[in-house]
Ligand binder design. Structure first.
Ligand SMILES: *Cc1c(COP(=O)(O)O)cnc(C)c1O
Length: 403
């Protein structure tokens, strides 16, 4: 049986382990190292020459055998030549920008980009004489009109943060490829199990392993995956920046990876069921979940994705932050906090109107992001149902009839 025939569930359990190289241990042991010692002057010189090659031990900052095994695993799943483990998801998103953009360049960025990436772009990319244009995430092939002679890179994220627009990745990448423009896509929401951006035409995949891959809210890690043509430049840039992924965090991420498929299946099932049920609740104006037929980009999601993770948003039938707060704070199983991808459910209020510049968010009602964890769906549903009762519909109705 050839690993290239294995399904995702099988692959996540078997990629990047190599028990035969680790005294039979099922998992790759943690290799903590700064100094790597060599026997001969010739050996250290040789290692230095190859320090950016895959799997080359040289100095701790360049990675150790556990980092290399984990990077190989992710690369196989994404269908790339190689992956680079970096200290956080944000570090992964920023790495291709630093590696490929230089003063005078122009970069196109989706308007629904993870907000800290927008902050990084403003703080040091734009400051370095690089022009940033945000574009409507739903632009599709229309992106062709935004290219300039100096456009060097297009940044995608699908679905978008907070508002979950699904991008037409193949159409955008085709337009970029015709002009020799590099494409980068944030694949954190779907992971390689539910979407393979490289197969859809993307050059470089960035993702936060902090979320689903680590899966237990106890480590931070990012990954950049690419083809052979971009690998060396990204590896070198990671080194200039001094990026180093902690071996302990890599271990946790590799361990999380083994159960990723089973966890995602449950997040998807509970997420879809709760999203459909929320659509029937009077306190909810709209549910924004790409896996629901009511989502405006549902057909693109169906075409390009193999599943949906447990993260989506609802727009409440009230614009009162006081009512939204009452709902959020009454929840017992949904803790209020950033991030997602762990075993536990989370809730967060969002404000897309202030995080968009190319498009406008004019929808009435408070947007609340829900992350559906691995708790039993009946308990989650009961919790949400009691929480929604804190939204006083009588007040909404009174306002509506008052015009
Ligand atoms: C969380 C997140 C990131 C950043 O990941 P960290 O590991 O928290 O730095 C990047 N992109 C998306 C879409 C995210 O949700």
């Amino acid at each position: 049986m050839d690993p290239s025939d294995w399904r995702a569930e099988t692959l996540v359990g078997h990629v990047g382990r190599h028990p035969e190289s680790h005294s039979g241990a099922v998992n790759v042991p943690v290799h903590r190292a700064s100094t790597i010692v060599f026997d001969k002057v010739g050996d250290i010189d040789e290692a230095k020459k190859h320090r950016f090659d895959k799997g080359q031990v040289f100095y701790g900052r360049f990675g150790t055998p556990d980092t290399f095994a984990f990077e190989d695993a992710i690369s196989q799943l994404e269908g790339g030549y190689g992956s680079i483990a970096v200290p956080s998801g944000l570090a992964a998103c920023v790495l291709p920008l630093v590696a490929f953009l230089k003063p005078g360049d122009h970069v196109l960025v989706t308007d629904a980009v993870y907000e800290p990436v927008r902050t990084s772009l403003g703080a040091f990319i734009a400051r370095n004489g690089i022009e940033v244009t945000y574009y409507d995430p739903r632009i599709g092939a229309g992106i062709a009109a935004l290219f300039k002679p100096n456009t060097r890179l297009v940044y995608l994220e699908s679905p978008g943060s907070l508002t979950f627009e699904v991008q037409d990745i193949p159409a955008i990448c085709k337009a970029a490829r015709e002009r020799g423009v590099i494409t980068v896509c944030d694949n954190t929401w779907a992971t390689a199990l539910f979407c393979k951006p490289m197969a859809l035409g993307v050059d470089i995949v960035a993702q936060s392993a902090t979320k689903f891959i680590v899966g237990h809210s106890d480590a931070m890690l990012g990954l950049v995956t690419c083809g052979a043509e971009h690998y060396r430049a990204l590896r070198e840039a990671a080194n200039w920046l001094g990026y180093h992924a902690s071996p302990d965090d890599v271990y946790l991420a590799a361990r999380g990876l083994r159960t990723l498929a089973a966890r995602l299946r449950q997040h998807q099932e509970s997420g879809l069921a709760l999203a459909s049920w929320l659509e029937t609740m009077p306190q909810v104006r709209r549910v924004i979940h790409p896996g629901l037929p009511s989502h405006p980009d549902h057909s693109i999601w169906k075409r390009d994705f193999e599943g949906a993770s447990g993260l989506f948003a609802i727009v409440l039938n009230t614009s009162s932050m006081q009512q939204a707060t009452a709902f959020i704070e009454s929840l017992k199983l949904f803790a209020l906090g950033f991030s997602w991808g762990g075993f536990e459910s989370l809730v967060l209020h969002g404000d897309p109107a202030h995080a968009r510049t190319a498009t406008q968010w004019t929808e009435e009602g408070v947007l609340v992001r829900l992350y559906i964890g691995l708790e039993h769906i009946d308990d989650l549903k009961r919790d949400l149902a009691q929480g929604l009762q804190h939204i006083n519909l009588a007040k909404i109705d009174a306002r509506a009839s008052a015009g």
